[in-house]
Design a protein around this ligand. Sequence first.
Ligand SMILES: NC(=O)c1ccc[n+]([C@@H]2O[C@H](COP(=O)([O-])OP(=O)(O)OC[C@H]3O[C@@H](n4cnc5c(N)ncnc54)[C@H](OP(=O)(O)O)[C@@H]3O)[C@@H](O)[C@H]2O)c1
Length: 173
Amino acid sequence: MSTRYYTASSLDGFIADPEATLAWLTSRAIDTDGPMGYTELIAGVGAVVMGSTTYEWVVEHEDGRWPYDIPSWVLTHRELPTVEGDVRFSAGPVAQVHAEMTEAAAGGDLWVVGGGDVAGQFADAGLLDEVWVSYAPVALGSGAPLLPRHLELHLLEVARNGDFACARWEVVR
Ligand SMILES: NC(=O)c1ccc[n+]([C@@H]2O[C@H](COP(=O)([O-])OP(=O)(O)OC[C@H]3O[C@@H](n4cnc5c(N)ncnc54)[C@H](OP(=O)(O)O)[C@@H]3O)[C@@H](O)[C@H]2O)c1
């Protein structure tokens, strides 16, 4: 079982632009079945976690349909609109969320969807094992940061997938 932060990023380390639009990302070619693609990632995942901004974005862009059929956690201090699906709201701490996810995932991997600070909270708690990033061929200049922490990483894999430069690292503890 591994806890993985898997995301796409601009070359300069932003996972969303200041307007929270994703055209800079979705306009690029990628093979979801290709190297380090979504299919490879999701196959072993038993639970997901994300911050409330990402949750609100997903709900808005999926027309209220929850895209994951596995237990999902949303970190928030607020009352958020609910969706159909196994979505659990929590105010952390992430160590407790991680324990609940591990139990629910029944041996599967845990996917930290984002944002960057949420991944950082798991790293702070010593609970982040791997970072997978697909870099789009664009610099954004500003936006939501990929991973706003000092973390030491060990490179495990690199690949090209369509327009993306993909890499996978393990977190050095
Ligand atoms: N490029 C990609 O593939 C990708 C992937 C994921 C996300 N995104 C985008 O990137 C952006 C991420 O934005 P972000 O990093 O600012 O936000 P985020 O991580 O999605 O959400 C941050 C919010 O989650 C809540 N939160 C975080 N940790 C918490 C904790 N331990 N306990 C309770 N609540 C907690 C807080 O809000 P409240 O307490 O006020 O609710 C916090 O402001 C979004 O626009 C998203 O759509 C892109």
